[in-house]
Design a protein around this ligand. Structure first.
Ligand code: TRP
Length: 375
């Protein structure tokens, strides 16, 4: 067995810090392009897993940032699993909140957006015991120092305003590794902020095979999963030009109606320059609106900005409102239909959970066999 430092001073921490460096980011982007090309040639060797934490309702940032991409991968023929990470809700809050309502709404949004439950598996990880059991051996492969250095754990912990960190928050990267590895996903579409988790997942997969594996390096129990970053990072801000956040009231949820959308966009922050241009660096609020219209219309931001030109922010807002409402008209109608049929949505989740359980049971059996824990 190769003795990788597990004392919190060696390789592991460097690996995590490394995953956020500029050079490493460039490698991830290049690797993402290779994966996209590979999928276009033959999707059969790929399995995608992505997920959302059901802490609220999905908004158009989720749609353009990830949901549309999942639907695209599914439709390209990639085996796709979509996780509703319900246990992750309680990493940094006291209660579960209106969890059932949120899970149902998220499921409705997935289906309305085009996730096809006949092809893709939609599941909640709390309903998959074998997935969660993998967390135990995985926890033996990481140190507390390594977890404390994880940039995402740090950021989450800072965001809780000095509140003591729960054991679940500290270890959630390990839980997330189990989400990815239980189904042996090799492609995980994520934003930049999740890259340390992917690195941690690869480290856990490698260490599992070094320590407990079946002694045949050509047949590891767990694969090395790659992040799939989109080429043109879709960074959507809230309507006030700052980070999207429900408490700031700056998000357009997928379930909002046309009038509410119009009202929110009318109040959106712009700037004093009447000429509309796409300049995200210097004019984030205006550029964000331009980007929203461009994404909704399937056009380039520069092209949309040029069309508005000197007509000013009012004209831009009218364009954005119409584009967003048109783009999500059928999504909203389908979402409402689905929510009116909770028995159907429950059926989709029950079926997804059953399929996820079959996969998790098989993987856990392999892991326990490798660990010689079969009695
Ligand atoms: N942490 C992710 C988020 O907050 C959700 C998530 C949980 C996830 N498990 C995952 C994403 C596994 C990708 C893979 O959005």
């Amino acid at each position: 067995m190769s003795e990788e430092a597990l004392d919190g001073t060696g390789v592991a921490g460097d690996v995590l810090a490394e995953s956020t460096s500029e050079a490493s980011l460039q490698r991830t982007v290049a690797r993402s392009r290779e994966i996209e090309a590979g999928i276009a040639r033959d999707p059969s060797g790929y399995r995608v897993l992505t997920g959302d934490r059901p802490t609220g309702f999905l908004h158009i940032g989720h749609y353009f940032g990830s949901l549309a991409n999942r639907v695209r991968l599914q439709n390209a023929g990639v085996d796709t699993l979509v996780l509703i990470a319900d246990y992750q809700v309680i990493t940094d809050r006291d209660g579960v909140g209106p969890i059932k309502e949120r899970v149902m709404a998220i499921t409705a949004d997935y289906l309305a957006a085009g996730i096809d439950p006949a092809r893709s598996i939609v599941f909640t990880h709390s309903a998959v015991p074998a997935l969660n059991q993998l967390v135990l051996p995985f926890l033996s492969l990481v140190t507390d120092a390594e977890l404390r250095r994880n940039p995402t754990v740090k950021a989450e912990s800072d965001a809780t305003g000095g509140r003591p960190m729960s054991g679940l928050l500290l270890t959630y990267p390990v839980h997330q590794a189990a989400d990815i590895l239980f189904c042996k996903a090799n492609v995980v579409p994520v934003g930049k902020d999740q890259l340390p988790h992917l690195e941690q997942t690869r480290v856990i997969a490698r260490r599992f095979d070094e320590r407990y594996g079946r002694a045949d390096p050509k047949r590891p129990v767990f694969p090395q999963a790659d992040a799939l970053l989109s080429d043109r990072a879709v960074m959507i801000l809230g309507l006030d030009g700052t980070k999207m956040s429900k408490s700031r009231g700056n998000v357009i949820e997928l379930g909002m109606d046309a009038d509410t959308t119009a009202r929110l966009i009318k109040k959106a922050v712009t700037d004093a320059d009447r000429h509309i241009a796409y300049d995200p660096q210097n004019r984030p609020a205006v550029s964000n609106l331009v980007n929203l219209a461009a994404l909704s219309l399937g056009r380039e931001p520069d092209d949309v900005a040029a069309e508005v030109g000197d007509a000013g922010a009012g004209a831009l807002k009218r364009l954005v409102t119409e584009a967003v409402n048109e783009r999500f008209r059928s999504h909203r109608a389908r979402r409402a239909e689905l929510l009116a049929d909770p028995a159907y949505l429950h059926g989709v989740l029950a079926d997804g959970n059953a399929r996820a359980n079959a996969i998790a049971d098989a993987t856990l059996a392999e892991a326990r066999a490798a660990m010689q824990m079969v009695y």
